[in-house]
Design a protein around this ligand. Structure first.
Ligand SMILES: C[S@@+](CC[C@H](N)C(=O)[O-])C[C@H]1O[C@@H](n2cnc3c(N)ncnc32)[C@H](O)[C@@H]1O
Length: 288
């Protein structure tokens, strides 16, 4: 069981040996797919050592076993994930991908929209990407004079990030300069420094915990029109990227598209898909 024991004198504080660090980094990769880059190793080692000190655990090996094997360990693992994974994100982060989405939705609207559109932000972190998808869809569909009928799913492995996302409360300084109108139509000021995504937009977005390594079980996301999975696979080994891309493609409708961030996969196209030659974006269209 993960519990507190007597406080250790500073000199006896535990820090991770190389062997222990490898156990943790292997577990992180096996469970999430994320490989720790060389320049983040000290950070990760420091975070785990800090947690061991916070809990006043005497034996790092027993802490590792507890996290791995016990029921308590599931909660502890969630807390560690919140600290260890990179959650950096922004509204409308990769401009060309959102312009591409905008054009696709416009084309769909012009040629008789499907009755309902579904969009998925896979690896959504604190929600900015999912709300950016919702805001883009709302804008295109309203301007086309169509009653907007769409839903966005945001999924992530980090429950802390998802809680934050559901609240939809952000500081003003995270707003992109280039799209003030776009966002300000969907914001409700809370105080001098913070705003909340409008309840109308929040009702469009549903945040769920999901591990991309196990996404074949994600039955909530079948027959999706658009998937954004950006700045997630970049931390994964290449063979895992291929596996996850193929799985994500299987959640799309025929003609639906998956947008990665440029550079996250090169020289490879999943079967049953084609790469859109559009410059500056990395988009796969499901063909069969
Ligand atoms: C750098 S953020 C990217 C956020 C957003 N997609 C963007 O481009 O701004 C990467 C996110 O991927 C999530 N993540 C990492 N491994 C995951 C996995 N196996 N399943 C689901 N989410 C994962 C992390 O928790 C983190 O929130």
């Amino acid at each position: 069981m993960i519990n507190r024991v007597t406080v250790l004198p500073v000199a006896m504080e535990q820090s991770l040996s190389d062997r222990q660090y490898r156990l943790w980094s292997d577990m992180l990769e096996t469970r999430t797919g994320v490989e720790i880059a060389r320049d983040r190793q000290d950070f990760v080692r420091g975070q785990i050592s800090r947690r061991i000190r916070e809990l006043e655990v005497e034996d790092p090996d027993s802490y590792f076993r507890d996290v791995l094997e016990t029921v308590d360990g599931v909660r502890e693992w969630g807390l560690l994930l919140d600290r260890l994974l990179i959650k950096e994100t922004r509204f409308f982060r990769h401009g060309p991908s959102f312009e591409y989405l905008h054009k696709r939705l416009l084309r769909a609207a012009d040629s008789g929209m499907p009755t309902a559109m579904s969009l998925w932000s896979a690896g959504c972190s604190t929600g900015e990407e999912a709300y950016s998808l919702a805001i883009t869809a709302d804008r295109v569909l309203s301007r086309a004079g169509l009653r907007p009928s769409f839903g966005v799913i945001g999924t992530d492995i980090c429950r802390g990030a998802l809680e934050f996302a559901r609240e939809g409360i952000y500081f003003r300084n995270v707003l992109p300069d280039s799209t003030p109108g776009l966002l300000s139509d969907h914001l409700e000021p809370l105080d001098k420094h913070r705003f909340q995504i409008s309840s109308r937009m929040r009702r469009r977005v549903c945040f769920l915990a999901d591990n991309l390594l196990a996404s074949e079980q994600s039955r909530f996301a079948d027959r999706v029109d658009v998937i954004f999975c950006q700045n997630v696979l970049v931390y994964f080994k290449r063979w895992r990227r291929r596996q996850i891309i193929s799985r994500l493609m299987s959640h799309l409708k025929i003609g639906g598209c998956l947008l990665l961030a440029p550079g996250e996969m090169s020289d490879w196209t999943p079967s049953g898909a084609r790469r859109d030659p559009e410059p500056d974006v990395l988009a796969y269209i499901r063909t069969e």
